[in-house]
Design a protein around this ligand. Sequence first.
Ligand SMILES: Cc1cc2nc3c(=O)[nH]c(=O)nc-3n(C[C@H](O)[C@H](O)[C@H](O)COP(=O)(O)OP(=O)(O)OC[C@H]3O[C@@H](n4cnc5c(N)ncnc54)[C@H](O)[C@@H]3O)c2cc1C
Length: 466
Amino acid sequence: MADPANSTSSPFDLVILGAGSGGYACALRASQLGLTVALVEEDKIGGTCLHRGCIPTKALLHAAELADGARAGASHGILTTFEGIDTVALHARKDKVISQLYKGLTGLIGQAGIEVVTGRGRLVDASTVEVDGEGGTTRLSAKTVVLATGSYAKTIPGVELGPRVMTSDQAMDLAQIPQRVAVLGGGVIGVEFASMLRSFGAEVTIVEALDRIVAAEEPSISKHLTREFKKRKITALTSTRVASVEADDQRAVVHLESGDPLEVDLVLVAVGRGPRSEGLGLEDAGVTVDRGFVPTDDRLRTNVEGVRAVGDLVPGLQLAHRGFAHGIFVAEDIAGLDPTPIDDVIIPKVTYCDPEIASVGLTSEAAKGAGKDVETVVYPLGGNGRSIIRGTTGSVTLIREKDGPVLGVHMVGLGVSELISEAQLAVGWEAHPEDIAPLVHAHPSQGEAFGEAAMLAAGRPLHAHA
Ligand SMILES: Cc1cc2nc3c(=O)[nH]c(=O)nc-3n(C[C@H](O)[C@H](O)[C@H](O)COP(=O)(O)OP(=O)(O)OC[C@H]3O[C@@H](n4cnc5c(N)ncnc54)[C@H](O)[C@@H]3O)c2cc1C
């Protein structure tokens, strides 16, 4: 091991490796609680979510919604036309949103007195992190080390990235909207990009190996999304595997194991995200690694005392707000506040395609698998005034335990992302539909659809039949 050129022996209460959603949330909460913190980051504070994930994609998806609004203007009596996409202005707007949030975040971190150490870190042992930065190597000693190095975009073995074959990292900044796109993978990132690129004018084909897109959701949601995508001329080839991809600077051809090859201008590889644990020195420090992920107990402790892990590196949902929750939990646990462990089941999930998907809690299959006696009601958005005004269809599916609490809520339709907060309170607080049914929902709002689903489940429907 190289002798550290620079070193600091001051022991921090916490040294956090990675300043994405999990790492920076942990740092901020720990400093509020009076702990001393060093935050190690090799790139930019904010991580995937702020720079290459949630925020840029949602800025682009908002622009996509405006493009569709311009197309739909005439049907509402507004004289608009869709002329095309100015990608320079598109990215300038997206980048402005990122910069504003980045400025706010770096300001918060600075004011909190967190020591930011720039460079690539690795674990030397349970209480020592070595950082290779521009000024040389620094050693930081810590009472607790938090691993928060996140995830990277996976590719398909044998498929090389290039000007016509990209992951979401590069597709975020397309200089031109391609005419024909193949999206490999029909999960969250795949369907969000498919939806966005279609709104921007591309012809889109999704290739998915499983028998349905968004396979982690209720089957009825996959069915609805497939139908709505079809109306938007987005093709979803399910139960279809990619054999190989050929590409040059001008075009790409996706060869499938069955069916005709797809000749396209862009291939977006969206086959999931893998853990960023290589080169972190985990094995040397004795930290157990499972297919690259770092398993933890419910208090986010690894097998090595004094080493915790948070966010995408920990097996489970890969979501920014799970990272935040993990980070806060670890800070509070170390500070002795005895916080409640984070359960993935009550973490809300939103997919921002058109139509949107929002869900929380158990699917009907998982609820039955857990031995629950389950009742399911479906309230269609076709009965909800605000949804009709907005021109969307879809539904709120509420799953309850017979005579018991709400176990899961699964929604699809434009605007349902904003209904998830109430649904998550219901599931998180184990509310019974009978508790929710008497609560008055504003009219006309899409939130009424959730209220109506609860009324239906409680056996006292208004705009539906029991
Ligand atoms: C296209 C896309 C869209 C997404 N949309 C959403 C969404 O809408 N909502 C949502 O909740 N989630 C979304 N996500 C997922 C979300 O971005 C991640 O769940 C979240 O960023 C995970 O946070 P993290 O802290 O675990 O890791 P990351 O955010 O990946 O942060 C890890 C940080 O560690 C740094 N790092 C890694 N190794 C080292 C090292 N050795 N030394 C120093 N620094 C290191 C990295 O540079 C990085 O900054 C999206 C992801 C993508 C790719």
